[in-house]
Design a protein around this ligand. Sequence first.
Ligand code: G3P
Ligand code: MG
Length: 251
Amino acid sequence: MLIDRPYWPYPRIICHRGGGLLAPENTLAALRYARNLGFEGVEFDVKLSADEVPVLFHDETLDRTTDGSGPVAEVPFDVITRFDAGSWFANEFAGEPVPAFAAASALCKEAGLWANIEIKPCPGRERETGRIVARMAKLLWSGAPVLPLLSSFSTDALAAALAQAPELPRALLCTDVPGDWQQTLDRLQCAAMHVAFDRLDRELVAAIQATRRGVLAYTVNDSIDATELLEMGVDALVTDQLDVIGPRFAS
Ligand code: G3P
Ligand code: MG
């Protein structure tokens, strides 16, 4: 554990949705891109197919980032993986599939990439998504030197993850920090809070860290904002701008 970051034993600069703005989000190509640029940590979103297989995906529907359409929650895994999740971004990524969570885990472990797994349930599937993702993460990272960090905006998903795999660290995601943040973090036994960067100030960062928890700011795409946040004491940044806020920005 880093002495100057006692509550954050993880990389400080983390690639949003795998490869930020430089590769199609939530794909294996994005994870490889981050690794090739020298990053040590990635964030990606995980939700369930209709038949409860965790996949990397952000939106509730397939439309924006694949050549498919309709709700992800209604499509079985073997159909989701046939869609093209790369062409919408650039021709060079044509044919890049929606990856299974298990495939992303294998790549992260092989590449030495630390993972912040955002549990991103489709509406109404909060508990099952938290339970299944936590169960699988526990198996996939069994014996790994550093465990992944499970984060979610959904307290139900985090509660299910806690019940399923209490040994996996959790983080509460929020845009506006709720007044009862400390009780919520206590209840969910969270190791960190992930907050929209423009809602943070020095006092709030210190108050969260005083409860022995890390603070991550998302999504920080401006180098001046990034510098200010690090000076404020924020432990880690999630960024899309991998070419501006590079792996050694905080060094
Ligand atoms: O985990 C930080 C960030 O990924 C949360 O927002 O919508 O990009 O998943 P979103
Ligand atoms: Mg996310």
